[in-house]
Design a protein around this ligand. Sequence first.
Ligand SMILES: Nc1ncnc2c1ncn2[C@@H]1O[C@H](COP(=O)(O)OP(=O)(O)OP(=O)(O)O)[C@@H](O)[C@H]1O
Ligand SMILES: [Mg+2]
Length: 261
Amino acid sequence: MTENHTQNTGIPKMRARNVDVYYGTKQAIDDVSIDVHEEHVTAFIGPSGCGKSTFLRALNRMNDTIPSAKVSGTIELEGEDIYASGMDVVQLRARVGMVFQKPNPFPKSIYENIAYGPKIHGLAEGKGALDEVVERSLRRAGLWEEVKDRLEDSGTALSGGQQQRLCIARAIAVDPEVILMDEPCSALDPIATAKIEELIAELRGRYAIVIVTHSMQQAARVSQRTAFFHLGKMVEYGKTSDIFTNPRETRTKDYITGRYG
Ligand SMILES: Nc1ncnc2c1ncn2[C@@H]1O[C@H](COP(=O)(O)OP(=O)(O)OP(=O)(O)O)[C@@H](O)[C@H]1O
Ligand SMILES: [Mg+2]
C-alpha cells in the first residue's frame, strides 16, 4: 500500500507518514502517507469535505491555528520533523509558503506586501536589497510589468487575478522550498486562471508545488502527480497521466468520470 502512495523519483522534499488529523473527536484525515517532490506539481483532488485543505494545512502547520485540530503521524521537510517541539513555525511557514483560495493581500502597498516577509525574516536589509527582492519576486510572479509604476498603491486595489499573483510573489519573496496552493484559481476568471497556471508551470522548476483543485482539467494541465482523496483517506497517488487515464481504484475512476463529487 505504502509503495503505491509514494513515488521513487529521488529524495522527497516532503515526506508524510501515517498522518491523522482530528477536529475534536471528528477524524478528517485518516492514515495518509505521501511524498512530495521537488520540481513537481502535485495535485490534490477529491470531493468536497474529503480533507484536501486539512491535509494541505498539515504540511506547514497551519492547522496549529485551529484550536480543535490535532495532527499525528510524521511530516518531514528535507528529513526534518516539522512537528518537533524545536521547530520554528514562522520559519517553517516561510519555507513552506501558502496561497489561499481567496486572494488575501495585506491592506498595505504592493511594495510592502512583498517587502514585509523578507524584512521580518532578515533576508534583505536596506532599501536597495529590499527593492531588489520586491522586483525579483514580482517578476517571477509575472506581475512586475503590470505594477512597476504603482508600487505604492494598495495591494487590495488590484484585480483578483493580480491580487493572487501578488500573494504568490509574497510567498516567493521569502525564498520558500515548497508552495502550497488551496484552490488558487477558484475565485478567478478563465484568463486570470490561465495566467496562474502558466505561472505554476514556470515556478515548478524552482519549488515543490502542491495544489488543491476541484478542476480535473486544471489538475491534468498543471500537475505531474495527482493524489485522490476520499472521506479522509488518500485513495490513490500516482503520475497524473495514469490517474486520469488508467486509475487503479474504482473510487478514483468514479470521481474522475464525474460519477460523484
Ligand atoms: N476548522 C474546522 N473545524 C472543524 N471541522 C473542520 C474544520 N475544517 C474542516 N473541518 C472538517 O474536516 C473535513 C475535511 O474538510 P476540508 O476542508 O479539509 O475538506 P476539503 O476536501 O478541503 O473540502 P472542499 O473541497 O470543500 O474545500 C470536513 O468534514 C470538514 O467539515
Ligand atoms: Mg478545501
